[in-house]
Design a protein around this ligand. Structure first.
Ligand SMILES: Cc1ncc(COP(=O)(O)O)c(C=O)c1O
Ligand SMILES: Nc1c(O)cccc1C(=O)C[C@H](N)C(=O)O
Length: 392
């Protein structure tokens, strides 16, 4: 045990990202390992949001659409997320929820591949993607087939229009090979849509390099944008001019204030907008993204791998035989560890009552998310110690 503690303290002392933790509002007595569901509050956010409300809304009122940059916020904040997902400026837009952006991307992709009618959906996807794809397919005359990510290359066919994949499996934490799978989909002449909700901000993502067609992701997890923070959508640069997305609201019009009766899409990524943006939430996210200033995503990945590996080692030593990790032990994992455990729901309630906050996912998973910006190795050790107490 003291070996583990020495190791954890030493790792925290030499952690090149240790200083970033100060940017977050955390409780001393609580180990927060649920940042893969709702990221913690960056300290700078409340004052910035108060200023948005009291000054921009309260005093400037309507002038803020131009003077405070409200109108362009979806693209401007998209440009701030772009480097974290390997995109150039101008190809990421922020707004609506991930569910809505899945709908946008699925319909857009189907419209780009006329004559093909099959959509393959990751059989392990977070459910909303599957539900939305099913409905989008019903509206467009397409068919949906659930396929495990590892089977995608073998299941692709001449009728496949689109493949929807999750970069990191929300349940197991498995990280899929974006380059290899995207390449396979493209070889079959289909488009790919990646859901980055559990990888964006947790590890380097290379959308442009892999020529990914579409990507979506949540911002309330590793990007700490707050509850219900708007999602992002990426469209591959050369596909943007032909993007024909289904939610053609006035904010996606080439001349929104011209109030023309006929629809004409905006030239850039603004064509993926719809209606009036959720300004307070967008600017909350904008403030939260300041927590990334000076942070190197490669170091985030290194720390994430170190934290998750260390946690598994602590669990193996302190809780032998009582739980089983379903998260890959090699580097094909995101920033979480999922443990299969008898009575997992009750065990998680007990962990939370004792100050270790993870979450439970059916049927038997204890899920622990490690946000490298604010999680320490001593937190990983504490979580394993409390798990040992609960299971003893
Ligand atoms: C992979 C994935 N996609 C989508 C969502 C949620 O989308 P929405 O923000 O629309 O609820 C989540 C989590 O809730 C998720 O884990
Ligand atoms: N989006 C959530 C919500 O509105 C309430 C509770 C949890 C969530 C989540 O994000 C769940 C999460 N996507 C998951 O990976 O399970």
């Amino acid at each position: 045990m003291s070996d583990l503690r020495d190791w954890a303290e030493q790792a925290d002392l030499t952690d090149p990202l240790a200083w970033v933790r100060e940017r977050f509002d955390l409780d001393d007595g609580v180990v927060y390992l649920d940042g893969n569901s709702l990221g913690a509050l960056p300290r700078a956010v409340p004052a910035r949001v108060a200023e948005v409300i009291s000054h921009q809304w309260g005093r400037l009122r309507i002038r803020s659409w131009s003077e405070s940059g409200w109108w362009d916020a979806p693209q401007r904040i998209g440009d701030r997320i772009a480097p974290l997902v390997g995109a150039r400026p101008g190809h990421v837009v922020v707004g609506d929820s991930t569910s809505v952006n899945v709908f946008r991307a699925v319909v857009s992709a189907l419209r780009m591949t006329p004559g093909r009618t099959e959509v393959l959906v990751d059989a392990t996807t977070f459910p909303t993607d599957g539900y939305i794809t099913e409905s989008a397919a019903r509206m467009t005359g397409a068919r949906v087939r659930a396929v495990r990510p590892e089977d995608v290359p073998a299941e692709l066919g001449p009728d496949t229009a689109l493949v929807l994949l999750n970069h990191v499996d929300y349940r197991t934490g498995r990280l899929w090979d974006m380059g290899a799978l995207t390449g396979a989909v493209h070889s079959a002449g289909a488009r790919v849509l990646w859901d980055l909700s559990h990888s964006g901000g947790a590890l380097p993502v290379e959308l442009d390099r892999h020529r990914v067609d579409f990507a979506v992701g949540c911002t309330y997890k590793y990007l700490n944008g707050g509850p219900g923070a708007p999602a992002y959508l990426y469209v591959r640069p050369d596909l943007l001019p032909e993007l024909d997305q289904p939610l053609t609201g006035w904010c996606s019009h080439a001349d929104p204030f011209g109030m023309e009766p006929r629809y004409r899409p905006a030239p850039g990524i603004a064509r993926a907008r719809a209606g009036t943006p959720e300004i307070i939430s967008l600017l909350t996210l904008d403030a939260a993204l300041d927590a990334w200033d000076g942070v190197d995503i490669a170091q985030v990945r290194q720390k994430s791998l170190a934290l998750t590996e260390f946690f598994v080692r602590c669990v193996d030593e302190l809780v032998p035989g009582r739980v089983r990790s379903v998260t890959p032990a090699d580097e094909s994992r995101g920033s979480q560890v999922s443990l299969s455990c008898v009575d997992a729901e009750t065990v998680m309630k007990e962990l939370i009552a004792r100050g270790v906050v993870g979450d439970y996912r059916p049927p038997d998973i204890l899920r622990f998310g490690f946000t490298p910006l604010y999680t320490r190795h001593v937190d990983a050790l504490r979580a394993a110690e409390v798990l040992a107490e609960v299971l003893s």
